[in-house]
Write a protein that binds this ligand. Structure first.
Ligand code: BGC
Length: 766
């Protein structure tokens, strides 16, 4: 810092001016005054910066060398990055973890560069940092906003304790394509649920005070339409119309902007033939102007350079020009800005005022994080030891995991399992897997740290448990890492005989089947979404000898398990539930936790139905089920119905809905009430859902749209009346010009425990 002041003196800049950005005495609890002070400090710092230093702030590098040791001279890349860092040409680093590493790099930025501007450290904390929780899609199945917020809050505390101050989460991409591997990272197919969950996550990560050492900046990604990758193939083109963009893709992004998310990430995909990264409409017109977003936008990894293969930029310099002009503020790992931007400004191809705008946004967030007041505020090694992996995080991860489980089928009350005198066979490689439950975004997590299903079940001592693998999911000669393609076991059935023997000798068989942890996530698209490898064969072989099967699915996306649905009496969707996985599954199987999860994404009957989602629009020929005349919208070899619809999930008890009443209120508000009764024999929790249908409008509206949900806990025979208020916000929609309108007319209202509920009534909005 002293060095910075000295430089100011040499440059003839007043010390008063320089002190402004360092001054910590301006801290004020009054938010508006505090942010005013931040604006002043940003401005005074910006005035001191050379063009190169400004561009440096817009440059983000991956940290891949050991920052506590000497810089690897033989590694040209690392040496160059280190040189840039020392010269103030780096504003942020990603994938640096642990206080020691963060501190070492921060020290270079703060103590060796001319102005001492601290780095902001980003990391993919997608579902926990070290204490890995359920994958986001699983969390979404809980519909429990408080629990989801708490999970993000814990993740933030643990992340911050390791020196990191920014997560690349939440991913709020809506997707209707189960082939896309990244559905595991979002909240599913619905914009209303996706918005609520996105906001809960942002509030959890960022808290009320970004400068607290327990909170971190969040990042809404990937702006926009990344979840609409054609054919579900990751990174692929998205081609969608205005209505889908405004009514489906944008809402969660807009909601998190209103909730104060501090950063955005753009996306790899083309959106209607323009790369999201070079898309001025998205980043400037919509995000920064229409929505008044004043944080910053980071590119996705190398996405600036990827505009060249897209056929949109002719070379890296052109790519830098397009991205900067379009409003992409920080360059993640393309080195395009640091190499090209200064020349582009000198040549008049990028205006310096755009650079200033980008830098102000980045500095603003750094100030808000308190990094200028204490660049090492996240760097306390003692605290790191105490906080990482705290018991409390594990307790909350268990709670979240139980809430995420969805009971898909339960014939003859096969579940819950009896606690005594049972011979139970546990079959499937995933039953004994302590890593797959951690999912694919577990960058700081440790392999082998999940409680397996076998371990979870072993805690119930009253039964005799026998485990048989049956078959591996992944071939033993496969590389199993975050970056390598997996080889699935398509042939080895040598474990079948043993599994069949064990199943034959048992009262009940618990089969844990599904996807390996690295079969979903980034770049993990699948063209078939069945049980991978020989698992279907295994299931059928076991079914031949014992029909009392409880199928526990662990997977990162909806699976097409139509055969299982037809034959297997009990099916439990257990996703990838993180470190507490086995404990949560065992408690649900034994009935110590009554499942209440509801699907956040439709399960198709077959992959050919994709995209399949509950809030579709009617064709002109919607009817004809059971008809032998072909001229209606359907498949000749498959039903139009999903296997399990959005919002669906059973409980060990049952619920009924009655007395649906609608009252129109003043101010174009509508009150909907309904009585929910627990009609079963045990206490249970129900997620009551409200859907509307705008029956006739200036553009066609979906057959159903989720517009409210309430969680209700009921004792047997207990009834509660629940109420929903619909306002113009829920009743309106965006036109094909992107304008929000609320049109009068008749609306259907549906209430129930799933999107396929038929209890309905209607009202007229004047
Ligand atoms: C992903 C982003 C992620 C980034 C940094 C990219 O490949 O698309 O979601 O945040 O890498 O790891």
């Amino acid at each position: 810092m002293r060095k910075a002041i000295l430089i100011c003196l040499i440059l003839g800049i007043s010390c008063k001016e320089s002190k402004n950005y360092l001054n910590t005495s301006q801290k004020n609890t009054n938010v508006s005054v505090a942010s005013l002070n931040i604006e002043r400090r940003v401005d005074s710092l910006l005035k001191l910066m050379t063009l190169e230093e400004k561009i440096g702030q817009m440059n983000q590098y991956n940290g891949f060398w050991d920052a506590t040791g000497p810089i690897p001279k033989s590694d040209n890349q690392a040496a160059l990055k280190y040189e840039h860092l020392k010269n103030g040409l780096v504003g942020s680093m990603l994938n640096v973890k642990g206080v020691k590493q963060v501190k070492a790099l921060q020290k270079i930025a703060v103590e060796e560069t001319r102005l001492g501007i601290p780095l902001i450290f980003g990391f993919d904390v997608i579902h926990g940092y070290k204490t890995i929780g359920p994958i986001p899609l699983a969390e979404a199945a809980s519909w429990d906003l408080e629990a989801i917020k708490k999970a993000a809050q814990n993740a933030a505390e643990e992340t911050a304790a390791s020196g990191i101050n920014w997560t690349f989460a939440p991913m709020v991409d809506i997707s209707r394509d189960a082939r896309w591997g990244r559905v595991m990272e979002g909240a599913g197919e619905d914009p209303y649920l996706g918005s609520k969950i996105g906001v809960a996550r942002v509030n959890g990560f960022q808290g009320d005070d970004l400068a607290s050492p327990k909170t971190i900046a969040a990042c809404a990604k990937h702006f926009a339409a990344y979840g609409y990758a054609e054919a579900g193939r990751d990174y692929n083109t998205a081609d969608i119309g205005t209505s889908t963009l405004y009514n489906v893709v944008f809402p969660p992004f807009k909601a998190v902007t209103e909730a104060g998310v501090r950063t955005f990430m753009n996306a790899f995909n083309l959106l209607n033939d323009v790369p999201a990264t070079g898309n001025e409409f998205l980043q400037r017109d919509v995000l920064k102007n229409e929505w008044n977003f004043n944080g910053f936008v980071v590119s996705d990894w190398g996405s600036i350079a990827e505009m060249i293969p897209h056929g949109y930029a002719k070379d890296i310099k052109h790519a830098a020009e397009l991205a900067a002009n379009a409003g992409s503020d920080m360059d993640m790992e393309s080195s395009a800005y640091v190499m090209e931007l200064a020349n582009l400004v000198k040549e008049g191809k990028v205006e310096e005022k755009l650079i200033d705008d980008a830098v102000k946004r980045i500095l603003r967030v750094k100030f808000e994080l308190g990094l200028f007041d204490d660049p090492y505020r996240y760097c306390n090694e003692e605290n790191e030891k105490v906080v990482i992996g705290k018991n409390e995080f594990h307790e909350d991860a268990l709670d979240m995991a139980k809430k995420s489980i969805v009971l898909l089928k339960n014939e003859n009350n096969l579940l819950p399992l009896k606690k005594e005198h049972q011979k139970i066979a546990v079959i499937g490689a995933l039953a004994n897997d302590k890593t797959s439950p951690l999912g694919s975004w577990r960058l700081a997590g440790d392999d082998g740290t999940a409680v397996s299903v076998v371990e979870g079940l072993q805690q119930y001592k009253g039964n005799i448990l026998t485990y048989a693998k049956g078959a591996d999911v992944v071939s033993p000669d496969s590389k199993v890492t975050f970056v390598n393609e997996l080889k699935i076991n398509e042939t080895d059935t040598s474990g079948f005989p043993e599994a069949i023997k064990v199943a034959k000798a048992s009262d009940v068989v618990v089969m844990v089947l599904g996807e390996h942890g690295y079969q979903s996530g980034e770049a993990r698209s699948r063209a078939n979404i069945d049980l991978p490898g020989v698992q279907q064969e295994l299931l059928e072989a076991i079914y031949k000898v014992n029909k009392n099967i409880v199928l526990v699915l662990t997977n990162g996306r909806p699976l097409a398990i139509t055969w299982a649905d037809k034959h297997i009496p009990a099916i439990v969707e257990a996703w990838q539930l993180g470190v507490q996985s086995g404990n949560a599954i065992a408690q649900v199987l034994y009935g110590d936790y009554n499942p209440s999860g509801k699907l956040p994404m439709t399960f198709p009957r077959s992959v050919g139905q994709i995209p399949i989602y509950y809030n579709y629009k009617n064709t002109g020929r919607p009817y004809g089920e059971n008809s032998d005349v072909v001229f209606w919208s359907h498949y000749s070899d498959e039903s139009n119905q999903p296997l399990y619809p959005f919002g669906y999930g059973l409980s060990y008890t049952t619920f009924s809905y009655k007395n649906l009443e609608i009252k129109t209120l003043a101010g174009r508000e509508v009150k909907v009430s309904v009585d929910v009764t627990n009609t079963g024999t045990i206490k249970g929790k129900e997620v009551s859902q409200l859907y509307i249908q705008d029956k006739f409008a200036s553009i066609a509206r979906p057959v159903k749209e989720l517009k409210g949900f309430e969680m209700v806990v009921l004792e047997p025979n207990e009834t509660k009346t629940i109420e929903f208020i619909l306002t113009e916000k829920e009743l309106g929609f965006y036109t094909n010009k992107g304008a929000f309108v609320v049109e009068s007319g008749v609306f259907n209202v549906f209430v129930g425990g799933s999107s396929n509920t038929t209890l309905s009534s209607e009202f007229t909005l004047e």
